[in-house]
Design a binder for this molecule. Structure first.
Ligand code: TXA
Ligand code: MG
Length: 350
């Protein structure tokens, strides 16, 4: 499917009457009628289609170039919708919904038959999430249907945190984009499997395993996270993701060590980038040095991560060295995404 144009609706997320805005009404109508439309959430932009219609879902997979065995998250605006879409809802799931919805938490539950086959890629479970973003919630409410939405990037690219990122990847491939400004959290939702005895984190995200444990008592983490030879329970986790065009390396070591690596590359005539934070911005001599938030606040690093990875593409670098971040709090999600973007390329000083 190709579109001569991709419509851009600009909306103000602080508008109290979003449901009544002509832009939201039109975008919602297009979704309910089977078109695919990108919209902002508190994590990243999603590419939405009617989760009850296989044809709409096929358009999402086609536009993104997404492998068909990778299921989509279904977005909802009310808790009543959970009953229509999922079955056998365990108590831990209800507790997690009460604690974190709307918010960056996706729950895997047994699915109901109403959901289009293609959404769940043949699995008997469904991923549900209620996003914490006024534009997303207004759109979902007005559309009146559950909306399946993966991140609105071309498959393999960093997820989009602005409407401009979406437009760059998908212009002419989707019907429209609701531009509600930059997203906040910047990394995707935490995916938690609630179909077993213990809640299991399949993808780290905006809500940490510690926060989940506080609500349900016990939590496990998919053993396949971080082990490349195990099959992950969340199909999407196995694909290379978020990758900039230049080869990204994660560097465990001092700034001086990173600079040595940069110098070696420069001697060979390679164009080199460094991913650092405001703290290290002036410490490097490289072709492109980008500050991604501040180490003092890991949330600021998460928020800028994908935009920074995309900016290296604009700088045309061949190799990127990235500093690493503490594996705690939202740092777990940051490191998970950086490791994916690096495809396992890691260099250590020791
Ligand atoms: O923050 C987010 O979650 C964003 C925004 C747009 O909501 N969405 C997002 O969707 O990140 P996507 O498609 O890029 O990632 C969905 C992840 C994939 O890893 C997929 O394999 C997993 O959720 N997933 C979906 N349904 C599943 C299921 N039934 N069982 C296990 N994993 C599932
Ligand atoms: Mg994605």
């Amino acid at each position: 499917m190709s579109y001569k144009q991709t419509k851009m609706w600009i909306v103000d997320k602080v508008d109290h009457n979003l449901q009544k805005s002509a832009e939201i009404k039109e975008a919602a109508l297009w979704i309910s009628e089977g078109e695919v439309v990108a919209f902002p959430t508190e994590t990243v932009y999603g590419l939405g289609g009617n989760a009850l219609e296989d044809d709409a879902i096929a358009k999402i997979f086609e536009a993104k170039g997404r492998p068909s065995d990778n299921p989509l998250i279904v977005h909802i605006a009310t808790k009543q919708q959970v009953e229509e879409l999922a079955a056998d809802i365990p108590e831990m799931a209800s507790k997690l919904m009460d604690a974190f919805w709307p918010g960056p938490l996706t729950l895997i539950l047994r699915k109901q038959a109403a959901i289009a086959e293609k959404v769940t890629a043949g699995l008997d479970t469904v991923a549900l999430r209620m996003p914490d973003h006024p534009v997303a919630l207004a759109l979902l409410e007005v559309a009146g249907v559950p909306v399946a939405a993966p991140s609105a990037n071309l498959s393999g690219k960093p997820s989009p945190t602005t409407a401009r990122h979406v437009d760059r990847d998908l212009h002419g491939k989707i019907a429209g984009i609701v531009d509600g400004g930059a997203t906040g959290i910047g990394v995707e939702s935490t995916v938690v499997d609630c179909t077993g005895d213990v809640a299991m984190v399949l993808r780290p995200g905006g809500i940490t395993a510690e926060q989940i444990a506080e609500v349900v008592g016990e939590v496990s983490v998919d053993p396949a996270l971080g082990e490349s030879d195990l099959a992950p329970k969340s199909p999407g986790v196995k694909y290379t993701h978020y990758a900039p065009k230049g080869a990204l390396y994660l560097v465990e070591g001092s700034r001086e060590y990173v600079q040595t690596l940069v110098n070696e590359q420069k001697q060979e005539g390679t164009k080199v980038g460094v991913l650092t934070t405001v703290e290290g911005e002036h410490a490097y001599d490289a072709d492109v040095v980008l500050a991604c938030g501040s180490r003092e606040q890991l949330a600021s690093v998460a928020s800028k991560l994908y935009e920074t990875l995309r900016s290296f593409d604009d700088g045309g670098v061949d190799v990127i060295y990235s500093e690493v971040f503490p594996n705690e709090g939202v740092g777990v999600a940051i490191m998970n995404r950086l490791e994916k973007a690096a495809g396992g390329r890691m260099v250590s000083e020791k």
